[in-house]
Ligand binder design. Sequence first.
Ligand code: PGA
Length: 248
Amino acid sequence: MRRKLVAGNWKMHGSLAENEALLSAVLAGMGDVKAGVAVCAPYPYLAQVQSLLAGSAIAWGAQNMSQHAKGAHTGEVSAGMLKDFGCTYVIVGHSERRAIYGESDTLVAMKFAAAQAAGLTPILCVGETLEERESGVTEAVVGRQLDAVIHACGVQSLAKSVVAYEPVWAIGTGKTATPEQAQAVHAFIREKIRAQDAGVADGLVIQYGGSVKANNAAELFSQPDIDGGLIGGASLSADEFLAICRAG
Ligand code: PGA
């Protein structure tokens, strides 16, 4: 049985005061949460998040990292640095990084490999744009994004990762994929991996992301191949986030 994982992606939000208020409220409500829970914070707040969450049931991570281990890369942050602050997870290939910062499938695969080499669990984001969905190439796009990692790191590497299916048209738009739409792509992802390694496919946590809220999480998470969610906007409200965690 896969344990569901609900991860907050704070994006470029928060402050010392806001983070403390948010995390103390979330911690206080964790008693009846069965899913695994994590928050992915901006780099400067990782030390604060570590001190607030150490020893709790909530894991933490970052939203991006360098593909390099060290060196002359001004402004970049390595996986080893994230490990220094107790990170378990790191998001790689979020669609905002692919679209706004030009991250290619190849670069994302390099980040995935560098994360694992340092002992982090990458949360690999995949997903199609609206234009791609409407032209019927959703599976081709998601398949290509997965193949980049499989070719670079091998299918077994997915055993120590999380995949997040995030249709770009559903992110931050309030337009959630229907449970059926999401389930269809999740099943495609799992079947694609199953063709290469059934054990990896059965154990892989595949999150859904894109406008998950308290009022749609339970229906999404009840789909057979949806193993929790990657939560943007709703992870900034303790009540909303906790309600989503309880749906997992
Ligand atoms: P959203 O973002 O929940 O605000 O749509 C999800 C994400 O980008 O990970």
